[in-house]
Design a protein around this ligand. Structure first.
Ligand SMILES: Nc1ncnc2c1ncn2[C@@H]1O[C@H](COP(=O)(O)OP(=O)(O)O)[C@@H](O)[C@H]1O
Ligand SMILES: [Mg+2]
Length: 337
């Protein structure tokens, strides 16, 4: 039985090099990550934290959903991230008449050869912007979500793998309900992280006005890394060490959410994986090759709150799922290793 304490014990000290990564590899990864965040920051003003979270998901091999009001820069943020990596980018504008095959691709008959050939859809790219995802039919949304989860697309019973690196950045507008299909929690679970962008501060907004009216920051944005280098970074991220006590902490959080009376549906095992992977990337961005309890804590609301569902009790108390996650973080002790 492991000893339990409250607070954030310095578990990390035990095994700083357990990852097997060299100091140079860690330093280089941190530097590239920071360069990516800074690059996105030249376009999206005053949103360092959101840009950092997107880069973190990129390194962790996760998908992102940006959920916020129109005009706060969601589409631009996704484009800036995609353009920061020299890779194949595609944008799918979701509309009510978009078909699953508009996402995945179709088999077409080639008159010359007399055979069907596969014409890949826009999902076959490295970074895919799925813009305004709640506007499409559930059927088309499902096609996208299946590709995200399986990292492959099945067309006419033939499976086509989607080559890595592969990341979907979806956007969704929370105030537009009529004729839209907001994704249910079971589908939101496919996204590693949900972010809202938020309004910039007045001074940042003024700076943004100048940027956007005197030039085109997005057109001037240059890539920082290429797809091959990104794949290396994803590999390095996977090797970031998590002590047994860290994994026990993630499990304890998930378990606590499953028995919480404010919740009808708690965190799935998939949610725990997402949380730990995100924590690995966050550690690396901070120049560490090991996860700390603080990495887990700082990410938990963004990784967990879109996958859990309030109970009638929780709703009656006027809580949000993010409130419940914050409360769990306060009450679940960090095990010591
Ligand atoms: N924080 C910000 N930094 C830079 N530009 C911003 C910011 N917020 C909004 N904008 C600008 O507002 C416009 C609308 O952004 P867009 O990405 O289309 O919004 P959304 O997709 O959220 O509706 C763009 O020209 C974008 O440059
Ligand atoms: Mg948009």
């Amino acid at each position: 039985m492991e000893r339990m304490t409250t607070g954030t014990a310095p578990l990390d000290e035990a095994s700083p090099r357990s990852s097997g990564l060299s100091a140079r590899e860690v330093e280089e990864a941190g530097r590239l990550g920071a360069a990516l965040v800074a690059n996105v920051g030249t376009v999206i003003r005053g949103k360092h934290d959101v840009a950092r979270a997107c880069v973190m998901a990129l390194l962790a091999g996760g998908h992102v959903i940006l959920e916020d009001f129109p005009g706060v820069g969601k589409t631009m943020l996704a484009k800036a991230l995609a353009q920061s990596v020299d890779c194949r980018f595609s944008r799918i504008q979701f509309t009510p008449d978009l078909l699953p095959s508009d996402v995945t691709g179709v088999n077409i008959f080639n008159q010359k050869t007399g055979e069907f050939e596969f014409r890949p859809g826009p999902i076959f790219a490295n970074v895919v912007l799925a813009d305004e995802i709640n506007r499409a039919s559930p059927k088309t949304q499902s096609a996208l979500l299946e590709c995200m989860q399986e990292r492959q697309a099945t067309i006419d019973s033939v499976t086509h793998p989607i080559a890595p690196p592969f990341m979907v950045i979806a956007t969704q507008n929370p105030i537009e309900y009529e004729g839209t299909f907001p994704l249910p929690e079971a589908q939101l679970d496919r996204f590693m992280i949900r972010l809202s962008v938020g309004y910039p501060s007045p001074s940042e907004e003024a700076a943004m006005l100048l940027d956007q009216t005197s030039g085109d920051p997005l057109a001037e944005l240059r890539p920082v890394i290429d797809a091959a280098r990104l794949l290396d970074l994803v590999e390095v991220t996977r090797r970031v060490h998590s002590a047994p006590a860290i994994r026990a902490y993630v499990v304890a959080l998930a378990e606590a959410s499953r028995t919480d009376s404010d919740l009808y549906l708690g965190a799935s095992p998939r949610a725990g994986i997402a949380l730990l992977r995100a924590a690995q990337a966050s550690a690396l961005l901070d120049g560490r090759d090991y996860v700390t309890p603080q990495d887990v804590k700082s990410l938990a609301t963004r990784v967990l709150s879109h996958r859990i569902i309030l109970s009638p009790d929780g709703r009656a108390h006027g809580r949000s799922t993010a409130d419940v996650v914050r409360r769990l973080l306060e009450s679940v002790p960090v095990p010591t290793g």
